[in-house]
Design a protein around this ligand. Structure first.
Ligand code: FAD
Length: 470
């Protein structure tokens, strides 16, 4: 055995553990298999034991014991991340935080919760308490934890109004436990949040979150079709700039993907129709439809507030057609599909989308998510890609970058390669302080594993102990 799990168990008191190999394997995985490349690299990865603390004191107890015994700890919320972020590349403890999940306080404009709280359950409570709701949630709202969202996600539903998690004010305060002999509990707000937000849990375990709330509206889904992708993109961009429409999500999916992959919605969707899918407040829907009539070729295909009950039955909400749910629905129908994450920088986004999709044709199907990015409306892309080979996928990414659209590579498990392709000095400095032995989620931060790594080499970083994992 690589680690002294038997001694660890004697240090854990009443904290729940799980060693059944099938269950440990299940908890050692996330949605990494979305990527054919990560699937090849990470399929064998497995922890030695799952430990499930339900309080801050229990988290501290687990960390202290693992620190003393030199056992790696990889935190997990509910494992819906799709870059292998929560996969234990060096084995050891899988720290399951899903049972550490209470909403502790709700006030005007904010709430305090434990990290394992599920986004949709938090929303239930804040709506019931004072008609407030989460500003931002991933499309995995029904299953994802807030701690996992902050440590591993970026934004999503709500980003059309509020921007992303990285934007100022979208996280208020975090409590973090360090990986030391006597773990400390630190509180971060303002600038310090950058130390641990989107750090994949490599430099601290989030034990409490304080997050902002917005007014809870009744959201209506509206789908508008266009014969021409450019017209759909222009309309979506224009809708995004209408702040009065009170939007929650705004995306574009090119034909024929919606008809082919959105099976429950299929009867509403002509196969040659490029869709603009909008979540708007119920009071704004008439205005939205009136605005659409000013755009040539716009065809109203669906508005859920006018649906007969028998037609509404079983329809997923619009946010489950967007973000990575678009990819999920495509994959279910056609396993040869994979995807990319693209930024089309303001102010040339509409032009760039047009040029790039003209270049690739059917090999890359357009999927845009409109967001407010540094105050400006622009779009991210999660285009669907017909996968042929890893080389071709790399080539498609390189062409995007040459054409001026940066890629956030979803086929990499390291922070740097999936992000800005450079060392995050703030996160690295905090790791030196909070996890001096390098035991938290090993292999995910290149700057820690290999300080001399050259990001321009074009090579994929391979974590040395990955071959032995499992
Ligand atoms: P996990 O996958 O369990 O963990 C994510 C990362 O956070 C891991 O690195 C883990 O080690 C770390 N972590 C977890 N808890 C803690 C903690 N308490 N302290 C420190 N580190 C911790 N993401 C988006 O941002 N927007 C989207 O719209 C979106 N849509 C998605 C759609 C689909 C269909 C899928 C499969 C994924 C999508 N994701 C999206 C990715 C993911 O679902 C979200 O980011 C989600 O919020 C992650 O939460 P989780 O609890 O599943 O985290």
């Amino acid at each position: 055995a690589r680690y002294d799990i038997a001694t660890l168990k004697t240090r854990l008191g009443g904290i729940r553990t799980e060693e059944n190999p099938a269950l440990v394997k299940q908890k050692s995985r996330d949605f990494f298999w979305y990527s054919p490349i990560l699937k090849r690299q990470l399929d064998h990865v497995v922890a030695d034991i799952v430990v499930s603390p339900t309080s801050e004191a229990e988290v501290v107890q687990v960390l202290a014991a693992c620190h003393e015994l030199g056992i790696p700890v990889t935190p997990r919320g509910t494992g819906t991340g799709n870059y292998g972020q929560a996969m234990p590349l060096s084995g050891g403890v899988l720290l399951d935080l899903s049972g550490f999940n209470k909403v502790k306080e709700i006030a005007a404009g904010r709430y305090v919760a434990e990290p394992g709280a599920i986004m949709a359950r938090i929303d239930d409570e804040t709506r019931a308490h004072s008609r407030q709701e989460l500003r931002l949630h991933p499309s995995t709202y029904q299953t994802a934890s807030v701690g996992g969202f902050i440590a591993g996600g970026s934004g999503g539903v709500g980003s059309i109004k509020w921007g992303g998690l990285r934007d100022w004010g979208n996280i208020i305060r975090l409590k973090v436990a360090t990986m030391e002999k006597s773990p400390r509990i630190l509180e971060f707000s303002g600038e310090d949040l950058h130390k641990v937000a989107h750090a994949y849990g490599t430099n601290g375990i989030i034990t409490e979150v304080e997050m902002p709330l917005g007014p809870a509206y009744n959201w209506t889904d509206v789908i508008i079709g266009f014969e021409d992708l450019r017209a759909a993109t222009e309309f979506a961009n224009a809708v995004g700039e209408q702040d009065g429409l009170a939007l929650k999500n705004l995306c574009v999916v090119a034909a024929p993907a919606p008809h082919d992959y959105f099976l429950r919605h299929r009867k509403f969707l002509p196969r040659d129709s490029h869709l603009v899918i909008v979540m708007a407040a119920d009071f704004a829907v008439d205005a939205l439809c009136a605005y659409a009539r000013r755009f040539k070729g716009a065809e109203l295909l669906l508005r859920t507030d006018k649906l007969a009950p028998e037609d509404a039955k079983g329809l997923p909400p619009a946010y489950e057609l967007g973000w990575n749910h678009t990819t999920l629905r495509a994959l279910r129908v056609d396993p040869s599909i994979t995807y990319l994450q693209v930024l089309y920088p303001f102010p040339n986004q509409v032009e760039l989308v047009d040029k790039i999709h003209a270049r690739f044709g059917d090999e890359v199907t357009c999927h845009l998510e409109f967001v407010r990015f540094d105050g400006k409306i622009t779009c991210f892309g999660l285009p669907l890609v017909r996968f042929t080979s890893e080389e071709r996928l790399e080539e498609i990414m390189a062409i995007h970058e040459e054409m001026g659209a940066p890629i956030f590579n979803p086929h990499r498990y390291t922070l740097e390669e999936g992000g800005m392709k450079q060392t995050d000095e703030t996160q690295l400095a905090f790791k030196r302080e909070a996890d001096p032995q390098g035991l938290l989620n090993p292999g995910k931060m290149i700057a820690w594993e290999d300080p001399s790594y050259d990001y321009r080499s074009g090579k994929t970083f391979l974590f040395r102990s990955l071959a032995e994992a499992g």
